[in-house]
Design a protein around this ligand. Sequence first.
Ligand code: DGL
Length: 274
Amino acid sequence: MKTYCPIGVFDSGIGGLTVLKEIVKKLPAYDYIYLGDSARAPYGTRSFETVYQYTLECVQKLFAMNCQLVILACNTASAKALRNIQQLDLPRIAPDKRVLGVIRPTSEVVGKFTKTKCVGVLGTTGTVNSDSYKIEIEKFFPDIKVFQQACPMWVPLIENIEMNSPAADFFVKKEIDSLFSKNDKIDTIILGCTHYPILLDKIKKHLSPSVTILSQGEIVADSLGDYLKRHAEIESKCSKSGTKEFYTTDSTENFDKLATIFWKENIRSKHLSL
Ligand code: DGL
């Protein structure tokens, strides 16, 4: 029997489930471990150093659970920690393991969607201030202009199960209006935080129907499928019994309540101490 070697999927909280859901739809055969660092969420307002240190700790936990490949299903961690982990930490701590993020695969495809060449990015303060989307999109599509808006209230609203409240409507409208005040020709929006699809209905309500909202989960799932095809040395190590395990660094009760609303199936998580 093949050794249990799941694919690790990491986020600061439950947002990464929006990515895992699409990954499982596309690649159901593999085993997955999801880790949400809910005890320390949100990451979006934390410093570069803190996000890097928290993310590295969680990646090491996933490596210790025998993950060969970890996806940072978190834009903030992808913006602030991925490069250091790939370039400084992996060669030292786990040269045969791989860590991938979500910003690059999303940036690679955005040119297929925009006609006006004006793209909007909604993200956490950390992701927006890092300019990671601007930098990545510029590499692939130098003619695209990127306009960004930080939405610091959106993740706390979701993590506190307030996503259907009037407060959520207020803050969604506020940030979308701010984004479009920067440029009204934006025809494509990247939800540059994996929590935001949970607010999708509200986001759509305040947007013109002509604006395309990219589905980051699907994009990342396609990109992972492609990566596994191109990297047999990693793919061959990933076990395929179709299992899913969920871990949180905070109360499992809160995690399960929130995760179940979103996942639409009962989730029974386990606690992981850091
Ligand atoms: N879901 C995460 C992201 O994609 C992080 C949100 C947060 O913890 O602030 O950016």
